[in-house]
Ligand binder design. Structure first.
Ligand code: ZN
Length: 276
């Protein structure tokens, strides 16, 4: 699934070229996105949000979508959606939005939250200014720079004798899923893969291969997918974070209903390559 860009019609940029032209607005209210039914993209299209009686607390330029400027904005919690529009949780509207729009919305929510959460220097407390040269906020007092926060996480399809390992977590989804976890400071991605697998199911793996990556804005991850071969060890779950783990062959592996995540692409890769 390697791909040079995930976007088809969107071009990222942080420096607006033209102002006061009709734009797509990715508007968030307590992390919920404003969607409507007025255009194909279901994203409000207007020169000025005041046209919809919305007063943004903050806004950031995002780039262009089919040549039109895109902005992300935040409105005050409790703001009522304009007529024929609603604020929706991002996870719940994957099926509703075009894939490109969904991806831009994922970028938008991270940019607007970065803007909100870095108004003041984390080191000395002075108000920050947004850089004109890169997506960063700089403290004019002490020079400390804050970039958009990204927390890389690794997710791995472990294969042994035509079977894939899936585990059941004690939290969140109750179905069996791939082993995943955040990369720790000082680790390579591959070291993160090995450590997470050892910690969660007690196995050693080899031949770790990059599969692809995916922005995962819940709230600010970058999911990096890998495939790996079982090397040694017996399944030994911690009983705390992971309650069960077992090997599934291609006929019995639980398929995911949507292709929203790289996890589903990894499972489809396994089914395609390891079916009888
Ligand atoms: Zn400072």
């Amino acid at each position: 699934m390697k791909r040079e860009t995930i976007y088809k019609r969107y071009e990222p940029s942080f420096t607006p070229k033209e102002k006061n032209s009709p734009s797509y607005w990715f508007v968030f209210n307590s992390d919920k996105l404003l969607i409507n039914t007025e255009n194909d993209f279901k994203i409000p299209f207007t020169e000025n949000l005041n046209d919809f009686s919305l007063s943004p607390l903050r806004e950031q330029y995002l780039g262009t979508l089919e040549g039109h400027p895109c902005y992300t904005a935040e409105v005050a919690p409790g703001t009522t959606a304009p007529d024929d529009m609603t604020f929706e949780d991002l996870r719940s509207i994957y099926e509703v939005l075009d894939e490109d729009i969904y991806l831009v919305a994922g970028r938008a929510i991270q940019v607007i939250n970065w803007d909100k959460n870095h108004q003041f220097c984390g080191k000395c407390g002075a108000p920050t200014v947004t850089s004109e040269h890169e997506m960063s906020k700089i403290c004019p007092e002490c020079g400390f720079t804050s970039f958009t926060r990204l927390s890389p996480a690794v997710i791995t399809a472990i294969v042994k004798d035509d079977k894939i390992l899936l585990a059941k977590h004690s939290y969140g989804l109750k179905r069996y899923s791939l082993i995943a976890g955040f990369v720790e400071a000082g680790e390579t991605l591959e070291e993160g893969v090995k450590r997470e697998i050892a910690e969660e199911v007690g196995l050693k793996v080899k031949n770790i291969q990059y599969f692809g990556s995916q922005p995962w804005p819940f709230p600010h991850s970058l999911m990096v997918g890998f495939t790996a071969e079982y090397e040694s060890g017996e399944i030994n779950v911690d009983g705390n974070e992971i309650t069960d783990a077992k090997w599934f062959d291609a006929d019995e592996v639980p398929r995911m209903s949507s292709m929203i995540s790289i996890a589903s692409e990894l499972i489809e890769w396994f089914v395609e390559n390891y079916s009888d």
